[in-house]
Design a protein around this ligand. Structure first.
Ligand SMILES: Cc1cc2nc3c(=O)[nH]c(=O)nc-3n(C[C@H](O)[C@H](O)[C@H](O)COP(=O)(O)O)c2cc1C
Length: 314
């Protein structure tokens, strides 16, 4: 099950999706059992920006049919707060996790200009606790004006400009809110990315319940969870066909079967996001089951028995 990813040796192919697993809160809630049976082969931080952000006004969450709509708005302590407080705490905790090989830390960053991103990468370069960086070039629920991930030309320019600031692996996290995700994947590769990850949340809106004002405080939000799984599969497949660098696939993964589907279309790693809110141990469950997934009929799920089973019903 061990996987080599951008020079990192990982115990298995399952990691967390940025912003969906608060490691320090999980440690408070689960303590020793979290360190005993850590759910992920690498840990990805939530997005860090240069300056602190309060996030969007409430309400921030809306339960969509088969999904979650969030308008959290990337609240974070900013780069200095992260480096001074969260990074040492996360790193100390990961050091106590009983896993072999050890669980590396991937820090997720976002900036609204190449100069801002370069500053973030410079800081990550200097901290040995950080093994790799994931660059978030999409965020549908924040009014930063950052939309570089949706335009392949601009994306390639920005990635090329910031690349020299980091010698560690650089993963570019693509936006699904674009006309041609495969073109963006190729642009990230041409700009110098070592890997790409996708998909981020899909821009969506919750009804205001009779009022023209939408429900979420941020107006629009990002849709995640099972509802986006078929979109994720299509976009991961399209991106993986176009690039030669590794792909981290995510979007609605709840089971080993869903993870295997992404691996089958070309992902090297799979990230678990919204499912961790329902089941915080989803990562280890999926990693554990993944080795047996090949024995399951190709299109079988608990709610869809699979064509081969249906054919036997005559
Ligand atoms: C509550 C919430 C917070 C998120 N925060 C971030 C974030 O800080 N940075 C980021 O790149 N993606 C963030 N995402 C997107 C996820 O990392 C992931 O790309 C997306 O949710 C699709 O995976 P899923 O369907 O398994 O959740 C967030 C998603 C959710 C639901």
């Amino acid at each position: 099950m061990s996987v080599s990813f951008c020079g990192l040796q990982l115990a298995h192919p399952v990691i967390n999706a940025s912003g969906t697993f608060d490691l320090l809160a999980a440690n408070t809630a689960f303590g020793e059992s979290l360190r005993e049976r850590f759910p992920f082969a690498a840990f990805v931080s939530k997005t860090i920006t240069l300056e602190p952000r309060k996030g969007n006004p409430p309400p921030r969450l809306w339960e969509a049919p088969a999904g979650l709509l969030n308008s959290i708005g990337l609240p974070n302590k900013g780069l200095q707060g992260y480096l001074a407080n969260d990074l040492p705490a996360i790193s100390e905790l990961l050091g106590k996790v009983r896993a072999q090989p050890p669980v590396p830390l991937i820090t997720n960053v976002m900036g609204s200009t190449a100069a801002e991103i370069a500053q973030l990468l410079n800081a990550c370069e200097q901290r040995e606790e950080i093994s790799a960086v994931e660059l978030n070039v999409s965020c549908p629920n924040v009014k930063t004006g950052l939309d570089i991930g949706a335009d392949p030309v601009q994306l390639e320019v920005v990635v090329r400009e910031v690349r020299p600031h980091l010698s560690k692996p650089l993963i570019v996290k693509l936006t699904p809110n674009t006309a041609d995700v495969a073109a963006c994947a190729l642009a990230a590769q041409e700009g110098g990315a070592d890997a790409i990850s996708l998909i981020n949340t899909l821009r969506a809106m919750a009804p205001g319940g009779g009022s023209p004002k939408p429900w979420l405080g941020g107006g629009t939000g990002g849709l995640s969870g099972p509802a986006i799984r078929p979109v994720a599969l299509a976009q991961v497949a399209a991106a993986a066909r176009r690039v030669s660098i590794p792909v981290v696939g995510m979007g609605g993964v709840q089971s080993a079967k869903h993870a295997q589907d992404l691996l089958d279309v070309g992902a090297t790693l799979v990230a678990v996001g919204t499912e961790s809110f329902r089941d915080p141990s989803a990562g280890s469950r999926i990693a554990h089951e993944l080795s047996g997934a090949a024995e399951t009929p190709a299109n079988a799920t608990p709610d869809h028995p699979g064509a081969s089973t249906l054919l036997n019903l005559k």
